[in-house]
Design a protein around this ligand. Structure first.
Ligand SMILES: *[C@@H]1O[C@H](CO)[C@@H](O)[C@H](O)[C@H]1NC(C)=O
Ligand SMILES: *[C@@H]1O[C@H](CO)[C@@H](O)[C@H](O)[C@H]1NC(C)=O
Length: 280
C-alpha cells in the first residue's frame, strides 16, 4: 500500500513528456493545409535580357485535362490557365514577382524575374543559396549573339577564362561563394563587361539539422528536469506534512488516506496536510 502512490509521479512525468512532444509537433501541425505549388523557370535564370524567352511552370496536383492553374504577376491575376506559361521576347515590364496555384495547391512562393537591357548578363538561378546546393552561372549575350574570350569574376578576382563561351559550375556552394559576380566577353570586336550580381549563401541543411537536434535535446532535458522537480516537490510535501517524531507506519497510513481521498475526488489537489490533520 505504501508504494501504491508511486505511479502518480510517473503519470506526471509521462504527461510532461507528452506535452513536450506535442509542443515539438505543434509547428508541423500548424503548417498542415494544402501544399504549396512550385513555380519553376525554364531556362532556370532569375535574371534575363530583353528579347529572351522564358517558360514558367507550375507544379502541383490537379485533375488531368483541367486547365485550372492560376497565375499572378505582381499580385495581379493573368488570364492564363495552363500549367506552363511562356513569355516570348521578354520586355522590361515583364519584370517582377510571379506566383501560381493549382486546384489542389496553395499559392507558390514568389519567384522574382528581372529583365534588363544590356549586351551581356551574368545569369544566376537564384540570388540566395543554401550551403551544399549546386549551381551554375552563365555569361549570356543579348539575343545569344556570338560570344568568346569569356572570363568569370568573383569579388573582382578572375575565376576562369576560356576562348569558347561556357557556363561556370559550382558543384557545392559554401559560404566562401557569397559576394559579387560578373563576366566579360568579346562580341564582334568589342569586349563587354556585365553588371555585378550579388549572391548570398546561407547556412545549409546540415546546420538546420544541427539546430533541430539541439532543440530536441533541450526539450528532453527540460522535461526531465521538470519531472524530477515535480517528483521531488510532491515527495517532499508529503514527508513534510508528517512531523519527524511520528513513525513510518503513520506516514504510510497518512499516505494511503490521501490516496483514498484522491481516488474519490480525482480533481482535488494532493492533500497530505488533510491526512496530517486527521492524525492530530
Ligand atoms: C525566343 O524565341 C524565338 C522563337 O522561338 C527565337 O526566334 C528567339 O531567338 C528566342 N530568343 C532568344 C534570346 O533565344
Ligand atoms: C568551398 O568550396 C570551394 C570550392 O568549391 C573549396 O575549395 C573550399 O575548400 C570550400 N570551403 C569550405 C570552407 O568548405
Amino acid at each position: 500500500m505504501g508504494e501504491s502512490w508511486v505511479p502518480q509521479p510517473v503519470t506526471t512525468f509521462s504527461s510532461v513528456l507528452l506535452w513536450a512532444g506535442l509542443l515539438c509537433l505543434a509547428p508541423a501541425v500548424k503548417s498542415n493545409g494544402p501544399p504549396k505549388a512550385l513555380l519553376t523557370l525554364e531556362p532556370p535564370w532569375v535574371n534575363v535580357l530583353r528579347e529572351d524567352n522564358v517558360t514558367l511552370k507550375c507544379e502541383g496536383l490537379q485533375t488531368p485535362g483541367h486547365d485550372s492553374t492560376e497565375w499572378f504577376h505582381n499580385g495581379s491575376p493573368i488570364s492564363i490557365n495552363q500549367e506552363s506559361y511562356t513569355i516570348p521576347a521578354l520586355n522590361l515590364k515583364d519584370s517582377g514577382e510571379y506566383q501560381c496555384r493549382t486546384e489542389q495547391t496553395s499559392l507558390s512562393n514568389p519567384v522574382r524575374l528581372q529583365v534588363t537591357s544590356d549586351w551581356l548578363l551574368l545569369q544566376v538561378e537564384s540570388l540566395v543559396f543554401m550551403e551544399g546546393d549546386s549551381t551554375m552561372l552563365r555569361c549570356h549575350s543579348w539575343k545569344n549573339k556570338l560570344l568568346h574570350k569569356v572570363t568569370y569574376y568573383h569579388n573582382d578576382k578572375a575565376l576562369k577564362y576560356a576562348y569558347e563561351c561556357f557556363d561556370y559550375i559550382v558543384p557545392q556552394v559554401n559560404y566562401t561563394h557569397s559576394g559579387s559576380y560578373y563576366c566579360a566577353g568579346q562580341m564582334g570586336h568589342v569586349i563587354h563587361i556585365s553588371k555585378s550580381v550579388m549572391i548570398t549563401v546561407q547556412g545549409g541543411k546540415s546546420s538546420v539539422m544541427k539546430g533541430l537536434i539541439i532543440a530536441l535535446i533541450l526539450v528532453v532535458v527540460i522535461a526531465v528536469i521538470v519531472a524530477a522537480a515535480l517528483y521531488y516537490y510532491k515527495r517532499h510535501k508529503r514527508t513534510a506534512s508528517v512531523p519527524d517524531e511520528i513513525g513510518s507506519t503513520v506516514v504510510e497510513s497518512s499516505v494511503s488516506y490521501s490516496l483514498l481521498k484522491h481516488t474519490d475526488a480525482p480533481e482535488e489537489e494532493e492533500s497530505g496536510r488533510g491526512g496530517y490533520q486527521n492524525y492530530q
